[in-house]
Design a binder for this molecule. Structure first.
Ligand SMILES: Cc1ncc(COP(=O)(O)O)c(C=O)c1O
Length: 342
């Protein structure tokens, strides 16, 4: 097994070095890292490069990562006032780019943020950023922030929105996790109610998810399932959820309050029919999770991944079930060569 030296930055007493083995999940006080075999040290699967090779799009210009800075007066920074998208590049094609751009524009509109660019212009700058970074496979982070303003909350004090595009590599969960299933928890913290801040707006304010994720991380796990304030299953902190029972596949209906995932929709509209099954949208409760034969999560970063355990409850026979396996495989085949961009 390959050994790596990693630095834990989150300890109470500053950085510390440890020798660990690639593939290990290491608890470090309340935080953790998964040891990576890639060039960068260690991180969660949704983070990317630490090099300065990248060119970042900021407000009309592509500039090196080291110079890519935003103002401390940007309300995206001060208040999480903005919206974003995470998008995958597979074999040179930008998976579901149009759907992501539509969601981005809708999210922006719902927080009264005018990006002052058309959807086609945002598509164009996204493609330019990917091309400038020579990426065939990777991850795009598109951000529309409120922009620079005064210290007060007033969003209308910010005359120019910030438009940022980062195209980077992505590290996935280890393959064993797709084979053996992921262990997750149910977060004690509920998903923020729709009437407070609709989770279908992909806003820059992810604290609700981050705090739920901390609950999982403290237990050495990657993901937490969030219930809404009515006790219904909503979603993971960065994924949507599906359950399989007696061959029937169900996923929460939108009124549970969650992000309408692009991967979720692709699984419902394209992957499931290709596997000759359909997906039911309905109210799911905790008992439906515990009683499921299979559970899988979907998301831009995770793709389609089975969950084998929720807290101390084993799901099904504790292995990744046949429907999940088929969906993961079909999804991967569909995006590998000619990923749909619409
Ligand atoms: C809270 C949340 N739910 C679900 C998802 C999955 O959505 P998508 O498939 O569009 O990545 C994400 C990831 O973007 C997310 O952050």
């Amino acid at each position: 097994m390959q050994k790596r030296r990693v630095t834990f930055f989150y300890r109470l007493f500053g950085p510390q070095n440890h020798d660990v083995t690639v593939g290990d999940v290491v608890n470090d006080y309340t935080f953790w890292v998964m040891v990576q075999s890639s060039a960068a040290t260690a991180s969660s699967p949704d983070s990317g490069s630490t090099t300065d090779q990248r060119l970042i799009w900021i407000n009309g210009t592509l500039i090196p990562q080291s110079e890519a800075k935003v103002s401390v007066f940007d309300h995206g920074f001060l208040y999480g006032d903005g919206v974003f998208e995470g998008i995958r590049i597979y074999n040179g094609r930008i998976f579901k780019l149009r759907s992501h751009l539509v969601r981005l524009m809708e999210s922006a509109e719902r927080i009264h943020l005018d990006p002052k660019l058309s959807i086609d212009e945002i598509e164009d700058l996204t493609r330019q950023t990917v091309a400038a970074n020579n990426l065939q496979d990777g991850y795009i982070r598109l951000i529309l922030s409120r922009g620079e303003g005064t210290l007060g909350l007033n969003p209308f004090s910010c005359p120019e929105p910030g438009v940022i595009c980062i195209a980077d590599s992505i590290r996935l969960y280890p393959e064993e996790m797709y084979r053996d299933g992921m262990k997750v928890i149910v977060a004690e913290r509920p998903r923020i109610p729709v009437e407070c801040l609709d989770p279908s707006v992909k806003s820059l304010n992810y604290l609700n998810n981050i705090l739920a994720k901390c609950e999982a991380l403290r237990q050495g796990l990657y993901e937490a399932i969030m219930l809404n304030t009515r006790g219904e299953v909503a979603e993971g902190t960065g994924d949507n959820i599906f359950v399989v029972k007696d061959g029937v596949i169900s996923t929460p209906a939108p009124d549970a309050g969650f992000l309408l995932g692009i991967t979720r929709q692709f699984v419902i509209d394209t992957v499931a029919p290709a596997c000759n099954v359909s997906v039911l949208e309905r109210t799911l409760r905790l008992e439906d999770l515990y009683d499921a034969d299979e559970i899988f999560l979907t998301g831009t970063a995770a793709e389609v991944i089975g969950a084998s355990k929720i807290g101390d409850r084993v799901i099904g026979n504790g292995k990744v079930g046949p429907i999940t396996q088929k969906f993961t495989k079909t999804f991967r085949e569909m995006v590998a060569q000619n990923a749909p961009e619409d």
